[in-house]
Design a protein around this ligand. Structure first.
Ligand code: C5P
Length: 244
């Protein structure tokens, strides 16, 4: 473990809040807003699987090539930067790929890559390196079970498959990407099945995770609920709505 900002002077690890759950449960938006509110770092682990899939496709590496994917994962040259107006810029090998990795094709390829234990192993160190002071919000599928099993607050977000497909549809539309709702719903169901049934780090809640069913909750209600949990469990952030 590096002696940089990962540990404070008393040797304590920076706190982590893990936010796991299936696609479209709201993890990405909620995690970003919570990290902004606390001034913490954000790990979008799904983006790393998407980047790995894109890098593999560009190099002609098969999405089930164990060793090649593990080596590629260990060598990924990626940077997460904030662009204009607080937007996110993801740069791989010096090229901006923020839009490209959000396509359905890349999500599909990421889910195939993610079923490969060697590829998952290759991404562990990169993910853990995001844990820096003052804290980290980690968004994914196995953040609380595999990457940060000792996290002091673990949340598992979910919502009905129909609602998740509607959210995804809206998100894509906002980005000018057209998609068919029924096709999205079946693609989401298929991806969920693959994520849940894979042998390596399947999508399951950690035993000590707090479950939130978000179908009827707004984004800000979910963020406030996480803020309350963080305040009571970790003593950070004061109360939602109060100045810090
Ligand atoms: O969250 P996002 O849709 O960007 O993730 C893309 C894919 O990466 C998911 O469908 C899932 O298969 C995989 N993934 C994973 N473990 C994570 C994050 C994402 O298996 N921690």
């Amino acid at each position: 473990m590096g002696k940089d900002m990962t540990e404070d002077q008393a040797g304590r690890l920076a706190p982590v809040i893990t936010v796991d759950g299936p696609s479209g449960a709201g993890k990405g938006t909620v995690s970003r807003l919570l990290a902004q509110r606390f001034g913490w770092h954000l790990l979008d682990s799904g983006a790393l699987y998407r980047l790995l899939a894109l890098a593999a496709m560009e190099r002609g590496i098969a999405l089930d090539a164990e060793q090649a994917l593990e080596s590629l994962a260990r060598e990924l040259d990626v940077r997460f930067e904030s662009g204009e107006g607080g937007s996110e810029r993801i740069v791989m090998d010096g090229r901006e790929v923020s839009g490209e990795i959000r396509s359905e094709e890349c999500g599909e390829a990421a889910s195939r890559v993610a079923a490969n234990p060697a590829a998952r192993r290759g991404l562990v160190a990169l993910q853990r390196a995001f844990r820096k002071a003052p804290g980290l919000v980690a968004d994914g599928r196995d953040m609380g079970t595999v990457i940060f099993p000792e996290a002091p607050l673990k949340v598992f977000l979910t919502a009905s498959a129909g609602e998740r497909a509607r959210r995804r549809h809206k998100q894509l539309k906002e980005k000018g990407i057209s998609a068919n709702l029924a096709e999205l719903e079946s693609a989401i169901a298929e991806r969920d099945r693959r994520d849940r049934e894979r042998a390596s780090s399947p999508l399951v809640p950690a035993d000590d995770a707090v479950h939130l069913y978000t179908t009827r909750m707004s984004i800000s209600e979910v963020v406030d609920e996480l803020h309350r949990l963080a305040a009571s469990r970790l003593g950070v952030g004061g109360s939602p709505g109060e100045p810090e």
